[in-house]
Design a binder for this molecule. Structure first.
Ligand code: ZN
Length: 529
């Protein structure tokens, strides 16, 4: 008989950190129909097991709400998993390493096949510079090459790829982009900044089969990291992407819940289109509108007037403006645009967002707070890029770099994310970095901006849910909320900071169902009632 008060799954004997201030600690969580039914003491197990629910004995392990990554790029992540990694983590230390790996791959491919590779970081190359078209030409002349920079915002093409995409000495820089040129001859060097849009139109996309394979690999990776919800911030998201997300969901290739932001172009076409998804809004929904605001070409793009109007249009449509802003001047410009929209049409709790917010002095934090702007940032950049920041970021900026404690002290809501594939998606590394501010080699980056472990956990759960107005349905283990939770082999609020980054996710539960089980904890018959 159906009884909504009887659980179908119980996690017991657990150290549960609910992140719900009403009931912060528990030992048992009962789940029914994909939602949390109750939290309590293990002694309540006897009373609850009448209807023979499945019981997972957590053996004292820690249970927390599933992680929410508030900003990543799933299609690029999927692509990175099926293309060659030329980053430092794959032992690429020089331009000749890059040439060697491309040459090796090219020998297996018919001529004319596009070679896609990415993740290179000039800081970690012996030559301390970007490769050029001529460097890549020496690897192959008969395959076009698209090499993506670790940031995703710069590319290097070889001569054949330049020819096929129509980039020559005569090509003017496109709006917001920059074609690097030889100072003597004016010839393009192959290095292109801010030209992702241009290339997406001229380089053939990954074929569907490869992309789907990448999505399945990405799905597995996300579940193994305890990520139960993602917010996709890809600037090229549009209706076509939306249909792809719907397909990946329907096919079961993508299990975490998804909020897809629209790019600016996608937003223009979106109105009036069908935005419903099978399984309902909690599985797949459309969120804010992503604006890239940058100064790659030496001036703000888009300019202030255009930005004001764009943010106002988004504001009027009822969606969130999600503004990528790194430099202090860009963040100021984003604030000015949000202020403009709010003056013309006041609205409380709009939750417009600044993404990254990398260099932010305290007066600017106060301005963000007064406008009610949320910040979505990436603490794990400190871990993966910290050594580079310490060597290359000017002192005046370094002292305001990712100032998470200052932002929070000034009452700015700050959510955590990875920006994956820019850096790996592991939220526990982000949590470790938010607390310790340590780089991969153990150097502190502005240690005074470290925050408490509980705050760091909230950045990847409750605060990240707030970034899409979903705090009423997820982000804590609370009766009535979605049963998205994870079992960890260590307690991030109790372990020394150093050990947090090595905590493993043992079980990932989405909608009351275990979708990742590292050690068979959920299937061990010994632990069933
Ligand atoms: Zn991003």
């Amino acid at each position: 008989m159906y009884d909504p008060t009887i659980p179908d799954l119980i996690l017991s004997n657990a150290n549960i950190i609910t992140l719900d201030p009403v009931h912060p600690q528990a030992e048992l969580v009962a789940i029914h129909g994909g939602k949390v039914l109750s939290v309590g003491h293990s002694r309540e197990l006897n009373r609850l097991k009448g209807a023979k629910p499945k019981v997972i004995d957590c053996r004292g392990k820690t249970v927390i709400p599933g992680f929410i990554d508030a900003h990543l790029h799933l299609p690029s992540f999927a692509e990175s998993l099926v293309t060659m990694d030329l980053g430092p983590r794959n032992n690429v230390c020089s331009i000749s390493d890059i040439q060697g790996k491309i040459r090796q791959l090219s020998q297996k491919l018919p001529s004319g096949t596009w070679i896609r590779c990415g993740g290179y970081d000039e800081f970690y190359l012996r030559e301390k510079r970007h490769p050029t078209r001529w460097d890549l030409d020496s690897a192959t002349l008969i395959h076009p090459i698209k090499l993506i920079h670790r940031t995703g915002h710069a590319h290097v093409l070889n001569s054949l790829a330049l020819k096929l995409t129509g980039i020559s000495k005569e090509t003017p820089d496109p709006e917001g982009g920059l074609i690097d040129r030889d100072i003597m001859t004016g010839e393009p060097t192959g290095l292109l900044y801010g030209m992702s849009d241009f290339l997406s139109k001229s380089v053939p996309p990954l074929d569907n089969h490869q992309l789907e394979h990448g999505i399945r690999l990405a799905n597995r990776e996300l579940l193994s990291l305890g990520i139960t919800s993602i917010q996709d911030a890809s600037p090229r998201n549009d209706i076509e992407r939306w249909e792809m997300f719907k397909r990946w969901k329907a096919q079961g290739y993508l299990e975490p819940r998804v909020c897809m932001m629209l790019g600016v172009e996608g937003f223009k076409d979106y109105r009036g289109n069908d935005s419903s998804a099978k399984g309902g809004e909690t599985y797949l929904r459309i969120g804010g509108v992503k604006i890239i605001l940058d100064e790659t070409t030496g001036r703000l793009n888009p300019g202030q007037t255009e930005l004001n109007e764009l943010v106002f249009t988004i504001h009027q449509s009822g969606l969130q403006a999600v503004i990528h802003a790194i430099e202090e001047t860009s963040i100021e410009a984003a604030c000015t645009a949000i202020e403009y929209a709010l003056q013309k049409s006041p609205r409380s709790d709009h939750r417009h967002r600044i993404e990254h917010c990398s260099v932010c002095p305290e007066p600017l934090s106060k301005r963000l707070a007064s406008l009610g702007v949320m910040v979505v940032t990436q603490p794990s950049f400190l871990y993966f890029n910290g050594d580079r920041y310490l060597q290359t970021v000017p002192h005046l900026q370094l002292k305001h770099l990712y100032p998470i404690a200052t932002l929070m002290r000034n009452s700015v809501q700050v959510a955590g994310s990875s920006d994956c594939p820019i850096v790996p998606a592991n939220p526990l590394i982000g949590i470790y970095s938010a607390i310790s501010r340590m780089s991969e080699t153990g150097k502190a980056v502005l240690a005074t901006e470290g925050i408490a472990p509980l705050e760091a956990l909230l950045m990847y759960t409750d605060y990240a849910a707030r970034a899409t107005f979903e705090e009423k349905i997820k982000g804590s283990i609370t009766p009535g909320k979605l049963a998205d939770l994870i079992v960890l082999n260590g307690d991030p609020t109790k372990l020394p900071a150093d050990e947090i980054k090595d905590i493993q996710v043992e079980v990932t539960v989405i909608n009351g169902k275990a979708v990742w089980d590292k050690k068979g904890l959920t299937n061990n018959p010994f632990f069933k009632v």
